[in-house]
Structure formats: structure tokens, C-alpha cells
Design a protein around this ligand. Structure first.
Ligand code: SAM
Length: 272
């Protein structure tokens, strides 16, 4: 671990995703004590600063002025300034600009300090009811690559409000009728969750009030769906042909393909 060479500090400060109370004491004091706040949208961040009586000056920093502003920010960091990066909502860098600035600040020898807090996908995931054995964060997804079909843990997507219905139709076409949890307007007045499957959601979507911001979590690939009965039977037969007992063959096939024992057992009854 190396010590920072420059006195400048880049803070990555999480801000609320809707409810202005979702901010930490530490985030407030870092924003107050910073020399500058880099804000994705100064009007949005201005409301937050006004609520907490934070008087630090803002510099606009968004995807359209990244390159130009990064130079300015680097020279501020080089001369020892403390800079706090915030996004419109939630944790900066998560589907938001700033990763490049982090790398530039590291190269300059500055400390880069995350100030944790709200993040839309994590709030959605913890309330989703999906097992916590892992998840795959996709974020915004313009192209569905086939490798996504094989992922065995829930997949988490962001989508802009005006595209949500067509996006859910695309998810249904691509993944088939998987289980889905849709978290809407998290931490806000109209926070709600849809828990069901993609086909039901899409067929009822015309009657629903589809407004606001969404996180969509699609269940991962269930391996049992990937192997048809004849495939499992062949695998069982192959183990038995090697001289293994039915019981042992069932155990081995379950382990190898991550299958449920009762399904493989009932198939094994077909083998004499
Ligand atoms: N950096 C943010 C974070 O930490 O989650 C995400 C920023 S990304 C540009 C914006 C997307 O996050 C939205 O299109 C939506 O998918 C999701 N999002 C943000 N706030 C949300 C909220 N209150 N409820 C549901 N989804 C939200």
C-alpha cells in the first residue's frame, strides 16, 4: 500500500436517491468542508446543499464536459484542494461519470476516499427477496449479449423511465418468462415493488401506472431448465454403465450439473 503523494483529496460522496434524509453525517461534513463540489447537475445538488445549509461552491461535471473539466479538477487537486464528486442521485460512478477522474487522481498521487450511502440497485436488491448468494449488476444495457443467459444469479438492470415498458418487453423476448422484481421510485412517496414474472408484467402493463424511476431484477438462469430429461437420463446411464449404483449415479449427476435430487431420482426410475 502506498501513501498518497499529493495533498489533494478526491471524495466520492453518495447522496440520496429521492428522500433527502438519506445522507450520512459524514457526507454532510465532507461536502461542507470540501473546497469544491463537482456536481453532475448543479440544480439537483443545489437543493440538497440548501437543505443542509452547505455553502461549498459547485463545479458542473457531467458526461458532456468530462474531458475539459477533468483538466481543471486535476490542477485543483495538484495544488492540494479537497474535491467532492457527487452525482444526481446515489453513489457516484455507479452508472454515472467519474471513473476516469478517479484514475487520473490516483495517477497524480491523490487520496481517493469513498463516502458510502444510498445506491438504487442495492436498495432494490435487499428488498427483492432474491437469495443473497450473489448478483450480477448490469446497469443500463443497450445490447443483450448471449452470455447473460448463462448467469446463475439475479441480474440487476437500470433503465430510463420513458423506456421501461419497451425494455421489459425486450427482457421477456431475451430471457423468456423469468421471475422479476421491479423496484419503483425507491425512497420516494410512491415507492412500490412488482414481484412476479416478466410475461404477466408485460401483459398487464397497459393497465398500470408506469411512471418514475425503476430498478429491474431478473432471476438468474436455473440450471435445471438447461438440461432436458433425455440429457439427464443419458448422464445417469453413463454413470451406471461405469459400474456405479443408481444411488451413486444420482449423487454424481446432481453434483455435476447442480440439479435437484428429487427430479433426478424420479428420472432414474426409468432406468432398469
Ligand atoms: N448512481 C446511481 C445509484 O447509485 O444508484 C444511479 C444513477 S443512474 C444514472 C440512474 C438510474 O438509477 C435510473 O434510471 C434508475 O434505473 C435508477 N434509480 C435511481 N434512483 C432510483 C429510485 N429512486 N428508484 C428506482 N430506481 C432508481
Amino acid at each position: 500500500m502506498s501513501e498518497p503523494k499529493s495533498k489533494g483529496v478526491l471524495y466520492l460522496v453518495a447522496t440520496p436517491i429521492g428522500n433527502l434524509q438519506d445522507i450520512t453525517f459524514r457526507a454532510i461534513s465532507v461536502l461542507q468542508e470540501a473546497d469544491w463540489i463537482l456536481a453532475e447537475d448543479t440544480r439537483v445538488t443545489g437543493k440538497l446543499l440548501a437543505k443542509y445549509e452547505i455553502t461549498t461552491k459547485m463545479i458542473p461535471y457531467h458526461k458532456f464536459n468530462l474531458k475539459r473539466q477533468s483538466k481543471k479538477v486535476l490542477s485543483l487537486l495538484a495544488s492540494g484542494n479537497k474535491i467532492a464528486l457527487v452525482s444526481d442521485a446515489g453513489t457516484p460512478i455507479v452508472s454515472d461519470p467519474g471513473a476516469e477522474l478517479v484514475n487520473l487522481a490516483v495517477d497524480l498521487g491523490c487520496a481517493v476516499v469513498p463516502i458510502p450511502g444510498a445506491c438504487a440497485f442495492l436498495s432494490a436488491f435487499v428488498a427483492s427477496g432474491f437469495e443473497s448468494g450473489g448478483f450480477y449488476f448490469v446497469g443500463f444495457c443497450s445490447k443483450f449479449e448471449n452470455r447473460l443467459l448463462e448467469i446463475g444469479v439475479p441480474l440487476i438492470f437500470y433503465e430510463a423511465p420513458h423506456r421501461i415498458i419497451s425494455f421489459l418487453k425486450k427482457l421477456l423476448d431475451f430471457f423468456g418468462n423469468r421471475k422479476v422484481v421491479i423496484a419503483r421510485e425507491l425512497t420516494k412517496l410512491h415507492e412500490s415493488f412488482y414481484r412476479g414474472n416478466l410475461a404477466d408484467f408485460v401483459s398487464n402493463s397497459e393497465d398500470m401506472m408506469i411512471k418514475g424511476e425503476f430498478v429491474v431484477i431478473v432471476d438468474g438462469c436455473k440450471k435445471i431448465e438447461s438440461y432436458d430429461d433425455s440429457f439427464i437420463l443419458r448422464e445417469l446411464q453413463a454413470e451406471i454403465d461405469k459400474g456405479r449404483s443408481h444411488k451413486k449415479a444420482i449423487t454424481l449427476v446432481c453434483e455435476k450439473f447442480d440439479l435437484k435430487k428429487n427430479k433426478v431420482y424420479s428420472l432414474s426410475l426409468q432406468i432398469k
